[in-house]
Design a protein around this ligand. Structure first.
Ligand code: FAD
Length: 367
């Protein structure tokens, strides 16, 4: 039995705490905030449940969906569509861009010409090239150019050089237009408060300290300061940015954040049936809006819309540029063997919840 400290009680900390405590380890979990769940907590506004942004669940590998479903009963999504608004065409289209919808676009002839000449993304050095080589200039300009620039607050998408996550991984989709946008198993908790109950259940065998912050790290001596006292552990599982643990030794990592607006509307619902997200790819200040009833299926004569606006007021999205990823790697290389740096901030990667579960299972095994 090892004596393990988990720093941060978001999804990553709760999953790690769950697996490690079930395996018989002594797990102490320290969370700075007043409750568990981090950025996936469900709150209520106007009587409507919501999270900051959508937070629907995607399982990219077998076994991940079923794992969560065992502890947090889930509904599965079959129809699951995303639309993008293109102001130039004054129209909504599916995202990823669908081959069949190109025919409906006013500039279809030009786009088809460009598609025929596209060599494919092999050899692309950055996000701009990836899209131009995949779908040509016109589709890139319409769907990606402004969206990505406002998402990352950059002047050119050539700056994005670590683009393995390429938006949804697909440039141009074929098959049924209304099919789910991803091959992943998609779903959402059945409970009216989303994932909230799972956070308590997963940590029931951990020693949980809320409103508690790690104030100092002594990497040499394998100890951390909690509430003014030093404690030693066999292993530390950290879900916070590695720059904090190593006291900015290699300089600050860059992050993009989100401001979030909630709007209640005096109608029962506004989005079309199977549409869960709307993306806005033009120069409006927001990137995405969601209608929460789609996820929670709560009944009400009103509906709640959430609007995400890129900002630097918080640290939510690690930067997908090589120089930022290289700097993060310097931190990972400098972390001692007995510190695992996991989760979105800990890995400094654009991870979703399904990927975080997968990562924890790889590190700690299954329960
Ligand atoms: C706007 C937005 C929308 C998203 N939508 C989806 C989606 O639809 N589907 C999906 O699968 N993923 C989505 N994601 C990603 C997913 O939600 C995150 O990857 C996941 O929630 C991250 O979990 P985490 O535990 O790594 O981090 P967090 O949830 O950020 O948890 C970290 C925890 O650490 C605590 N902490 C920080 N510093 C300290 C300290 N010094 N001491 C103690 N505790 C500390 C924080 O209070 C926090 O509770 C979205 C992300 C964003 C930003």
């Amino acid at each position: 039995m090892a004596n393990i400290l988990v720093i941060g009680g978001g999804f990553a900390g709760c999953i790690a705490g769950h697996i490690l405590s079930e395996q018989g380890n002594k797990v102490t979990l320290v969370e700075r905030g007043p409750r568990l769940g981090g950025s996936c907590v469900t709150d209520f506004y106007g009587g409507h449940p919501y999270t900051l942004g959508p937070r629907h669940f995607l399982a990219h590998k077998p076994g991940i969906f079923d794992f969560l479903d065992r502890f947090c009963p889930m509904k599965r999504y079959e129809g699951h569509e995303f639309l993008t608004y293109i102001e130039r065409d004054q129209n909504f289209y599916h995202f990823p861009i669908h081959k069949d919808e190109v025919a409906e676009m006013p500039d279809a002839a030009q786009i088809h010409k460009e598609l025929e000449a596209c060599p494919g993304p092999e050899g692309a050095q950055n996000l701009k090239e990836y899209w131009q080589l995949s779908v040509g200039d016109t589709l890139y300009d319409k769907f990606v150019k402004s969206y990505s620039k406002k998402m990352w607050d950059i002047d050119s998408n050539s700056e994005i050089t670590d683009f393995g996550f390429t938006p949804k991984g697909v440039a141009l989709k074929s098959g049924p237009v209304k099919a789910a946008w991803t091959e992943a198993d998609a779903g959402f908790p059945k409970a009216p408060d989303g994932y909230n109950q799972y956070f308590g259940l997963s940590t029931q065998n951990c020693d949980v300290h809320l409103n508690t912050e790690i104030t100092d790290f002594d990497v040499e001596k394998r100890r951390v300061e909690i509430d003014g006292e030093w404690h030693t552990f066999d292993r530390i599982v950290s879900t916070i940015s590695p720059e904090i643990i190593l006291k900015n030794a290699f300089g600050e990592l860059r992050w993009s954040g989100r401001d979030f607006m909630k709007v209640v509307l005096p109608v029962e619902s506004v989005f079309p049936d199977d549409v869960y997200f709307l993306y806005y790819a033009n120069d409006e200040p927001f990137t995405r809006i969601v209608e929460y009833k789609k996820f929670y299926e709560n009944k009400s004569p009103t509906t709640l819309i959430g609007i995400e606006i890129p900002s630097n007021s918080n640290k939510l999205y690690p930067y997908p540029m090589k120089k930022d990823q290289d700097r993060a790697q310097q931190y990972f290389d400098a972390l001692p063997e007995w510190v695992d740096s996991i989760g979105r901030a800990g890995r400094y990667r654009y991870l979703d919840v399904g990927m975080i579960i997968d990562d924890c299972m790889d590190l700690y095994g299954k329960i």
